[in-house]
Design a protein around this ligand. Structure first.
Ligand code: GLA
Length: 466
């Protein structure tokens, strides 16, 4: 069982000064009330293994320095007050801790709904616990809607805060599993990668994460390499469209069809491709062959899927589609399933190389293949992401790929340490110069990243130790 959270009394000066700032902002807003504790929750970058966590396959993310920090005060009533330092962009919200309502209207998503998801996840397991209210004041540096897990970090920040307020003793794996489920209240059916790395990351290490149940194997990135993250400047809020859920559903349907066609008893339980593979007792390479055998290249209609599975349209909608995919009638199955099995193979190869030859050429080429597959088979890239990947490659990257859900967001590029600064300057000139006027202040747009530590709670005294 992974460790629980204890309150920390030390942190680096950078974080300390952020806590001092948020403490001042809290006091100003809440009439000099004293903060009880602080939290810090990182974003993450996924190195390889995209869109396969919700299919049950391993992924390789690491936590990044960009984070969400919070100042929290426990109250003796049941009131919850949620606020943000950036109050012009993120409005205040108040409610009662025992009557949380999460709006998930895709046309109108308010930031605090992610906070509410985190609270709800904790309340659902708070049996025999006396509920308390809290004031949570937040600030952050993770670029929103950019594939670096700003939304999951909010959910995790809220859950960690309430868990501490209620004195509940959850392990890091438990809270990771709980927040992954809770985030689905917003309407997107994500996997568990973001929450798993957010809670379990250790400084200096990326992790290979497997699911059902969560387990992590840490690894170091090759010493002569760094990862650079670059924003495409196209944002994508995955809760605001059905693109993400449609991919989840397409994978689910392809898994069910393979299970049914290959005679697995209780085929309707096989909603994850990894479960189907496991019970068919096939290697990943064979699953690729099976996909080529089973599926045609065209879109599948609902009618065709119902006839293969021998179920009614109603059953299909109720059991296997989501609220925002019920009305879809075109599902691409072959390409999506091919991406999943081949990406799972790439994760295995990537980890093997990190542990053995550490060849940057080979790692880079796996990242390139991943990007091509996300662009062509999974169709979740964007022309700006594709351009940025090309720019990274022409400026000396070993490999570059979209990271996170895609359709916008960021690229992660593998670079040799000795050319990193030069690389960043060239990408600024080639990609950003006609998009951004001030190229001197771009530390949030393109930056070198190292593996940071996971979410943590800090005692109030942290700001006094300066
Ligand atoms: C989002 C989800 C993750 C994962 C990625 C794609 O970040 O929250 O669970 O599916 O997309 O790899």
């Amino acid at each position: 069982m992974s460790k629980t959270f204890s309150q920390l009394n030390t942190c680096d000066d950078d974080l300390k000064s952020k806590f001092i700032d948020i403490n001042n902002s809290f006091k100003k807003k809440y009439e000099n009330l004293e903060v009880d504790f602080f939290i810090c929750v990182p974003g993450r970058v996924n190195l390889i293994g995209e869109h396969i966590d919700y299919n049950g396959y391993n992924v390789c993310p690491m936590a990044i320095k960009q984070n969400i920090i919070g100042a929290i005060k426990v109250t003796d009533d049941l009131n919850v007050h949620i606020s943000n330092v950036n109050k012009d962009k993120y409005e205040d919200y108040s409610c009662k801790i025992n009557s949380i309502v999460i709006e998930n209207d895709p046309k109108n998503i308010h930031w605090y709904n992610y906070v509410l998801c985190g609270f709800k996840g904790i309340i659902e397991i708070a049996f025999n616990v006396t509920l308390k209210g809290l004031i949570i004041h937040l600030d952050g540096t993770i670029p929103p809607a950019s594939g670096l897990s700003s939304s999951s970090a909010l959910v995790c920040a809220a859950a960690l805060s309430l868990c501490h307020v209620l004195n509940m003793n959850l392990s890091k794996h438990e809270i990771a599993e709980l927040t992954a489920k809770a985030e689905r209240y917003i309407g997107t059916e994500g996997g568990g990668m973001d929450q798993a790395i957010i809670f379990n990351a250790n400084y200096g290490f990326a992790s290979r994460i497997s699911f059902d149940p969560i387990s992590l194997i840490e690894f170091q990135i090759p010493p002569n390499a760094v990862f650079v993250i670059a924003q495409s400047l196209v944002t994508k809020n995955k809760a605001a469209s059905n693109d993400f859920n449609l991919r989840v559903v397409e994978c689910r349907l392809s898994s069910l069809i393979i299970a049914k066609k290959y005679g697995l008893k209780n085929w309707y339980k096989y909603v994850k491709l990894a479960d189907t593979q496991k019970d068919l007792k096939q290697q990943l390479e064979n699953m690729v062959k099976i996909v080529r055998d089973v599926f045609h290249d065209r879109y599948y209609t609902k009618e065709e899927i119902c006839s293969i599975l021998n179920i009614s349209g109603n059953e299909l909608e109720e059991k296997f589609l989501t609220k925002n995919t019920k009305n879809m009638n075109n599902f691409k199955l072959k390409d999506r399933a091919l991406h999943v099995f081949e990406e799972a193979l790439r994760v295995d190869k990537f980890c093997k190389i990190c542990g053995t030859t550490k060849s940057l050429f080979e790692l880079g080429s796996i990242m390139q293949d991943s990007h091509s597959s996300l662009r062509d088979l999974y169709e979740c890239s964007h022309t700006e992401l594709d351009k940025l990947v090309t720019v990274c490659m022409t400026n000396g990257a070993f490999g570059a790929r979209l990271t996170g859900a895609g359709w916008g967001g960021c690229v992660v590029a593998l670079i040799s340490c000795d050319i990193a600064e030069e690389f960043i300057e060239s990408v600024k000139e080639t990609f950003y110069s006609n998009k951004i006027t001030d190229l001197t202040n771009m530390n949030d747009i393109i930056f070198i990243t190292k593996p940071y530590s996971g979410a943590a709670i800090f005692s109030q005294s942290i700001i006094k130790n300066l």
